[in-house]
Design a protein around this ligand. Structure first.
Ligand code: ATP
Ligand code: MG
Length: 568
């Protein structure tokens, strides 16, 4: 490709609305352009990268035995009524009406459509197991589309769905998918972690997420510093920090704490550590309000809380008026003594003794509180966020934290969808059985942004070799005026093309400095600078985008040197 025949529109300025580096660089390089909120055009440059990611995904999915297909993006509402998921997805669903006033959704995911396909196509266990996938445009009306294609409303996903007679068969394919995802992200060239995850609105039992490690990641990934354990903070088990409960040593005391509303203020006022206090949070329950109790220096894990049977989902904190009606005090003074709700305490809280809690009366707290003697709870659960320094829940090592970008999520769904939609097969005994199902999503467009988050410097993108839009950039100095430079550049260009190497030659009439910084920004892995001065010595200048160190290479060998570097 020659730049004058390509569409190359780079920008020097950092776009104002782009908060993270990948968004900035995708706009500055001209890979994407915004059409509206969460809607982006992939320009030819961006599409080259997107298609490389797609191809790696396709290769590995095919190698795993999955079968590619393509379902409609627009889905009849009735299918979603069968699974009852309209509520779960809520505002994310884009509703559409046709001219006959029939209702549709633009698909945010395809469990319903594939299950409908499969219930009509598959009726015998002999056709199982089977794994279908597609690469397709999804729409989710995200509350806060942001970061460009990282969290857009329209985006491209690879979604796969497997069907099985037995749980064992599902587990096998799940393993195969885990390996395929590992292969895909390794081939793309990114540093990632596979972590335990919450199943969210998709449902089902086991699930794991694949996170590309990057400081801008929206998720906190907890991992053991010396073992294999890794989990999304949402899911990460938090162990009790107190092995057993000590016998009470202090007497219960109601103390006046005027104006001490936060834990921090209270601890200063009473000259105690926050680990001696508890926080009592009132949330809406499925039947009645529920008090969730975590230690003063811990924070409530909202995903764990919402997953409790007694707690309403989505999680809703009870408002000030309701709190007043229930306890007679404000939120800052709630405590566990004499509280008339279901009380669920965190594992650590269950082992606390001689602690401090709100007095259920404004401006009062209790000190020296002890379970059983002074207050009781109904259940012990894992309620808090795990923290750096906690023992790893598998007993191996200590937890550390990293930021991650979720690029993939795999689930064992069981028969949730097949039961709801009556997708059954006859088993070996001729009995009808709902199929076991797995689903496996991967964010294709997000992967491109994630790659940039992980691979850039202050000058621009540094493409991992397998997804670079071009492998080699030929940068001739004075292409327009020096016939010798033009000839050398064109000749190398033709030779590389003949070898099937993806090469871009910058034949624009621009200043050398401008050209250099453009190609630093674009991040093409191998750059060859051709100028009159080096040609005098029968040489060209080679630079690798990763280290930017330049070296002179003999003109006659540059082609083979490049071919070697690209193969490696
Ligand atoms: P997130 O937690 O980031 O909102 P999700 O859990 O809703 O994602 P899944 O339903 O698991 O996402 O979808 C599969 C994959 O699709 C995700 O792992 C992610 O890579 C990608 N994806 C989901 N939502 C978006 C989005 N709004 N923009 C770009 N990619 C997305
Ligand atoms: Mg997910």
């Amino acid at each position: 490709m020659k730049t004058t025949a390509f569409h190359l529109v780079t920008r020097k300025e950092t776009p104002q609305d782009a908060e993270i580096i990948s968004h900035q660089l995708m706009i500055r390089t001209g890979m994407i352009r915004k059409l509206g909120a969460g809607l982006y055009t992939w320009a030819p440059l961006g599409l080259r990268v997107l298609q490389k990611v797609e191809q790696i995904i396709r290769d590995e999915m095919n190698a795993s035995g999955a079968l590619e297909m393509l379902m409609p993006a627009v889905q009849p509402k009735e299918l979603w009524q069968e699974t009852g998921r309209i509520e779960d997805f809520g505002g994310q669903l884009l509703a559409i009406k046709d001219r006959a006033e029939r209702d549709y959704f633009f698909g945010p995911t395809h469990e319903e459509v594939i299950t409908d396909f499969v219930r009509n196509e598959i009726n015998s266990y002999k056709q199982l197991p089977i794994n279908f996938y597609q690469i397709q445009t999804k729409f989710r009306d995200e509350i806060r589309p942001r970061f460009g294609v990282m969290r857009s409303r329209e985006f491209i996903m690879k979604d796969a769905y497997s069907f099985h007679l037995t749980q064992e068969s599902l587990e096998q394919t799940y393993q195969t998918m885990q390996q395929a995802y590992t292969n895909i992200i390794n081939r793309i060239g990114l540093d990632f972690r596979c972590v335990l995850a919450d199943s969210g609105a998709i449902g089902g039992s086991g699930s794991q997420e694949f996170h590309v490690i990057a400081d801008s990641g929206e998720d906190a990934i907890m991992y053991s510093d010396s073992g294999d354990y890794a989990a999304n903070l949402e899911k990460c088990e938090a162990v009790s920090l107190l092995h057993e409960r000590q016998a009470p040593t202090a007497a219960l005391n109601k103390v006046s704490t005027p104006g001490q509303k936060t834990i921090e203020d209270l601890c200063k006022f009473l000259a105690i550590d926050s680990s001696q206090t508890i926080k009592t949070l009132l949330v809406a329950g499925t039947e009645k309000p529920v008090a969730l109790v975590v230690r003063g220096d811990h924070s409530l894990n909202e995903v764990k809380a919402a997953n409790l049977a007694a707690v309403a989902s989505p999680l809703r904190m009870i408002d000030d008026e309701e709190i007043k009606a229930l306890t007679g005090c404000d939120a800052g003074s709630i405590g566990v003594k004499g509280l008339d709700t279901t009380i669920i305490v965190d594992r650590t809280v269950a082992n606390m003794s001689d602690f401090v809690c709100g007095g259920n009366e404004n401006d009062f707290h209790y000190t020296g509180v002890n379970w059983e003697r002074d207050a009781n709870f109904d259940a012990i659960e894992d309620l808090r966020d795990a923290m750096v320094g906690d023992p790893s829940p598998d007993g191996v090592g200590t937890l550390q934290v990293a930021r991650g970008i979720e690029v993939g999520h795999i689930f064992q769904l069981g028969n949730k969808y097949s039961k709801a939609m009556n997708a059954v097969v006859l088993n070996e005994q001729g009995k009808s059985k709902a199929m076991e199902m797995g689903c496996y999503g991967m964010g294709v467009s997000r992967m491109v942004a994630a790659a940039i988050e992980q691979h850039h410097d202050d000058k621009g993108i540094i493409w991992p070799a397998n997804i670079a839009p071009f492998s080699v950039a030929i940068l001739p100095m004075n292409y327009q005026k020096s016939e010798r430079v033009k000839q050398a550049a064109d000749e190398l260009y033709a030779k590389l093309q003949a070898r099937g190497i993806e090469v871009i030659l910058d034949d624009r009439k621009v200043r050398p400095g401008f050209m250099m910084s453009d190609f630093e920004l674009l991040g093409i892995p191998h750059q060859v600078i051709i100028g009159d001065r080096s040609l005098d010595e029968n040489q060209v200048e080679y630079r690798n985008r990763t280290d930017m160190e330049s070296m002179k290479i003999n003109r006659d060998t540059i082609e083979t040197v490049l071919a070697e570097k690209i193969k490696a």
